[in-house]
Design a protein around this ligand. Sequence first.
Ligand SMILES: [Fe+2]
Ligand SMILES: [Fe+2]
Length: 327
Amino acid sequence: MATLASRIRFGTPHQLEVLGAMEAFVKKQIEQHLSRRKLWMPNELSPADAGAEDEALITRMRELAKGIPAAVLVALALNLLTEEGLPHFHRLIAQNFGPDNAWAEWNYIWTAEEDRHGCAIRDYVRDARLYNMTALERLQYQYLEAGFDPEWEQDPYRLLAYTSLQERATQVSHSNTGRQAGNYEPRLQRILAHISGDESRHYAFYRGAFGEILNHDPNQALQSLQKVTLGFSMPGHTVAGFSELSDVITRSNIFGPRQYQEIVEELLDHWKIGALTGLNAAGEEARDKLMKVPSRLSRIADYADAKRSKKAYKFDFLPNDRQTLEV
Ligand SMILES: [Fe+2]
Ligand SMILES: [Fe+2]
């Protein structure tokens, strides 16, 4: 008979046992995370205090923002939409890790930190008048209303593998967007640098947690990792028009197959996947397939680069006078 724990949480009884045995490790990871973190608030980056004399600041911000290239605006829009998908991810983490344990404590901290990301970007884009906001809000609304049920959702190992890849991917995406925006608008770069700093600490947490799963249950962990790595899609992949948005971002060298390949390589290397021994047949097969993923991804990226030619894109959330861009 299923225990109460296995009915309210995803995961096999063995996975729940492994996650339970890792609580002390998770607590230590949380302590480390909190000691490295310097908590910031969105208002410190785009102040909106009562009674503040900020007209000159806002005017300057809107002037500078006009110089930000349309492709960077597209990347920033997708970054914002992705961050606003937080309710989907909070739910998935809560369902995989359950209540009243160290994992849940992490989920609350992580959610509170992530929530500032959407706020900080939204405050900026609103103050700077970057977009046709209703069009952007409509995308956000649809993304949330449609729900989000990735096929890995009932496997906590796949969730941890996914979050490891995804935190690093969003870190790269925010920081590359910030770098390109920074030539025109240093304030936006500063905001994105704060966010990407958070993402790198989240990455350290999830990467550490998945590494510990590999120590406890390597055969199952490798199979879960293999499934996630091959089928990886960015968290915003169910946003309407995602493939055009992500095309622009790939072509602008902000985030695409090339950056994803580097992340996979970095993680396989960090977890020393190629050197894992003492596995069963399924574990060995997953390890060997995983080690072939980077070269496969590299071939995909080479192929896409070789056949690419300039293409025009149109997005209705961009300002009316530059809704069309060619990249
Ligand atoms: Fe985030
Ligand atoms: Fe994050």
